[in-house]
Design a binder for this molecule. Structure first.
Ligand code: NDP
Length: 441
């Protein structure tokens, strides 16, 4: 889809050329996605909670609730909770302070179009460790009931996170108009709605804090782990102690907290992802980072609070083994690429030299498919749902959404790599024809 407005502009800036094509069906598409993806987060709660009368409730139940909400002009007040907003603000401030004060290696990002590089302080694992220690200490001293507030104030937390995402995207959009800002190649169409959503500036910052990178790895991801712990505490309170927490809850929480710990431990790897190297920071990413990751990815643990499931031991072991295998594919493939992009090749993998200078791996995991890491990541997401059984499709929301996201992301990356590598990318695809699943897709 072409961005007509862009072609009518003046002389294109050499460093910040006008974007001439739209993704996501253009401004209207991004408007619809912004509204609908915000609404989905609430719908997942109202359509699946301890009082919803089914997960999801019957069509009659849904219509009844919508009608009564329309008739009750004060329904929206239930979305706001000042205490939850303060907690959320405190949490965000904690993440910023931890970034500022905790020690960490200063690592350079990829080369920018200006020729320079940005520096990032990698202390995410310490931030995670500190947050986890504070949470565990509180639970140890005050009991599990002291950490159920995230479950109890769920909607208020969602609203606070959503408002933060809107404010951040708006701030970044407005500040991108100052002179000297380096814009994202895909976010400079001139259409306000579209650029606000996609992200106009590549690396909006406040001082040395890179907002895109920080929000991608800190407040949302770590909150996801805290939310899981809160769900576990809630189940412990409802069932009379941690000794009665179900094995399904322990599995889900262990898998997801491990995933977050892994992201923090391998934090530098995020610097070579498409989000950081290519996309701007707009509502698409701020919503994903602050709202979707913590509040939709944690749906399994929230469900298990009010629908506790005790798995048979063989089923629990099988799910555990599948998760471990998926994690291995995910971690090992990401490490291969990350090492390679950092000038190391410990496995002596084969590669294709390119005219652009950067080489492309064509053996190891990256010889099996163009995105082996997507396969591992998706399989892991499936193992997070299996402990919830098959009583509802809602807990499977994440792998379904994630499959769509990864399929779409693959095509976006394919286009971006085609632009970056030209004929070399065509040659690469001849050598590595499968997109995600070796020998299948
Ligand atoms: P990739 O890790 O596949 O990175 C794509 C980039 O890697 C390309 O643009 C290219 O950039 C480089 N590349 C591609 N092929 C090769 C090759 N053969 N050899 C060396 N470099 C290559 O994709 P993403 O950044 O999308 O994903 C990173 C991780 O994040 C994945 O594990 C994914 O599953 C996860 N993820 C998770 C999400 C979630 O919501 N849970 C959302 C999105 C991603 P260049 O050549 O310029 O270096």
């Amino acid at each position: 889809m072409s961005a007509k407005a862009a072609t009518t502009g003046g002389k294109a800036d050499v460093l910040n050329p006008r974007t001439t094509t739209y993704e996501f069906l253009g401004p209207l598409g991004t408007f619809v996605i912004s509204l609908s993806s915000s609404a989905v987060v609430y719908a997942l709660y109202f359509g699946c909670n301890s009082n919803s009368g089914g997960c999801p409730p019957s069509l009659v139940g849904i219509i009844g609730r919508v009608v009564s909400s329309i008739l009750d002009s004060t329904w929206w007040k239930g979305l706001w909770d000042s205490e939850a907003a303060l907690y959320y603000l405190g949490w965000y401030a904690f993440c910023v302070l931890a970034w500022l004060l905790l020690p960490g290696d200063e690592i350079e990002g990829t080369v920018l179009r200006t020729g320079g590089r940005k520096t990032y302080r990698m202390n995410g694992f310490y931030t995670f460790g500190l947050a986890l220690s504070i949470a565990c200490a509180r639970i140890w001293i005050c009991g599990p009931e002291s950490f159920t507030f995230i479950y109890d104030k769920w909607v208020g937390f969602v609203t606070a996170a959503l408002l933060s995402a809107i404010l951040l995207a708006t701030y970044c959009y407005l500040s991108s108009h100052r002179s000297g800002a380096l814009l994202a190649l895909k976010g400079n169409t001139g259409n306000i709605m579209y650029d606000w959503f996609i992200g106009r500036e590549l690396n909006p910052s406040i001082g040395s804090l890179d907002l895109k990178w920080f929000n991608e790895v800190r407040p949302g991801l770590n909150l996801w782990a805290m939310i899981n712990i809160s769900m576990l505490c809630k189940q412990a309170v409802l069932r009379g102690g941690f000794q009665n927490v179900t094995n399904s809850m322990w599995l889900v929480v262990a898998f997801q907290v491990w995933y977050v710990a892994d992201c923090m431990l391998f934090e530098p790897a995020v610097l070579t992802t498409m989000d950081i190297t290519t996309d701007g920071f707009g509502f698409m990413l701020s919503l994903g980072d602050l709202v979707w990751v913590p509040f939709t990815y944690s749906i399994q643990a929230r469900y298990l609070v009010f629908r506790p499931i005790e798995l048979q031991t063989p089923a629990a072991v099988a799910i555990f083994i599948l998760n471990a295998a998926a994690y291995w594919i995910f971690r090992d493939s990401n490490n291969e690429k990350n090492d390679f992009r950092n000038g190391k090749n410990p496995k002596n993998l084969k590669y294709l030299p390119t005219k652009r200078g950067t080489k492309l791996l064509i053996s190891g995991w990256w010889g099996l498919s163009q995105h082996p890491n997507y396969l591992g990541d998706w399989l892991m997401s499936l193992t997070w749902c299996l402990p919830t059984g098959f009583g509802t499709p809602i807990t499977y929301f994440y792998p379904i959404f994630f499959a769509i996201l990864l399929l779409h992301r693959q095509t976006r990356d394919d286009e971006a790599c085609h632009e970056k590598y030209g004929d070399d990318w065509i040659e690469y695809k001849k050598r590595v024809p499968y997109r995600i699943i070796p020998y299948i897709y």
